[in-house]
Design a protein around this ligand. Structure first.
Ligand SMILES: C[S@@+](CC[C@H](N)C(=O)[O-])C[C@H]1O[C@@H](n2cnc3c(N)ncnc32)[C@H](O)[C@@H]1O
Length: 300
């Protein structure tokens, strides 16, 4: 079976769950089933619930995981929505490998590539809001915000200006040309701008927050949560949330002494520092370059 996506940090991710109990393993971002297949193989004590908002990916994963059919269920929805349906089940592990798959990135029809004839970038094709709206209808202020905050692009004012002056922009190819006119030089320069638009189209930062909220609600003692991110803002969200969950005392900083009981710790951080790809992995799969894996175990 030709697989259009290589899972990142595969061994590291599988190992994160080494103390996992019986129950359900929830893969929030099933994609092409690479991580899920390895988890099913390594941990026979778990059943798997595979979630993806992309129907194409899910169809592929269904075939790939068919030999585990009696241990797998699928939900074709946004992860934050799907997780809410799992309340009450014994959840032993949760994984979110946030972002787009290589299949989505490389398939010109999906409108993520720099030279694509469409302007789309939706992970879920049924969503109506796409890159067309962001590029053609966003206010100057909003365009500048995403270029500055998500792309960390210092030329954000100039780029927003060029986009606005060249509207309507109907394809990624045209968008790339406009960005080049604004001073970007190559694909390396274009990548963060495209990533920023994609994050906005799919509301990815808010969705990550929602996944963390929902995971906390369905977790119980021993549930292990792993999150793989590809953007510094996403990693910061995960890092801060894990820190907050690991805090014993939740009194405000100005409190003279602890009044909360000091027993508010929800669990422990399993990765003091994020796990990143080895040189060998980056060589084989350059997309693993920016991947960061963090883990947390709930203890109540
Ligand atoms: C990086 S790929 C995951 C690859 C997967 N781990 C594998 O080994 O094949 C991300 C996948 O998750 C899906 N996805 C991303 N965010 C999602 C979300 N919030 N809800 C549901 N699916 C999501 C995308 O559609 C994509 O197929």
């Amino acid at each position: 079976m030709d697989v259009p996506h290589i899972p990142v940090l595969l061994n590291e991710t599988v190992n994160l769950y080494k103390d996992m109990k019986n129950g359900y393993f929830v893969d929030c971002t099933l994609g092409f089933g690479g991580h899920s297949e390895a988890i099913l193989e390594k941990y026979p004590q778990v059943k798997l619930i595979g979630i993806d908002q992309d129907k194409d990916a899910m169809e592929f994963a269904k075939k790939r995981l068919s030999k585990y059919a009696d241990r797998v269920e699928f939900i074709n929805k946004r992860a934050s929505e799907a997780l809410k349906e799992l309340n009450g089940l014994p959840i032993s592990g949760i994984l979110a490998d946030i972002g787009v798959s290589s299949y989505q990135l490389d398939n010109p029809e999906r409108g993520f590539t720099f030279d694509s004839g469409t302007l789309d970038m939706r992970m879920n094709k049924e969503q109506s809001f796409s890159a067309k709206e962001v590029v053609n209808f966003y206010s100057r202020e909003d365009l500048e915000r995403i270029l500055k905050d998500y792309a960390e692009e210092r030329r954000y004012k100039k780029i927003a200006d060029f986009i606005i002056k060249n509207r309507p922009i109907v394809s990624n190819k045209e968008l790339s040309e406009v960005l080049m006119k604004a001073g970007l030089k190559n694909n390396k320069d274009l990548a963060p701008v495209f990533q920023a638009i994609r994050i906005e189209v799919n509301n990815e930062l808010k969705e990550l927050e929602n996944i963390l909220d929902a995971s906390e609600k369905i977790a119980s003692e021993g549930t292990i949560l792993g999150i793989i991110t590809f953007h510094s803002l996403e990693d910061r969200i995960v890092k801060n949330r894990f820190k907050e969950w690991a805090k014993k005392c939740i009194c405000p900083p100005e409190a003279m002494r602890c009044e909360c009981g000091g027993n508010n710790q929800k669990g422990k951080i399993l990765t003091k520092k994020p796990i990143t790809a080895t040189k060998e992995e980056i060589k084989k799969n350059p997309r693993s370059r920016s991947a960061k894996l963090r883990g947390f175990m709930f203890t109540k």
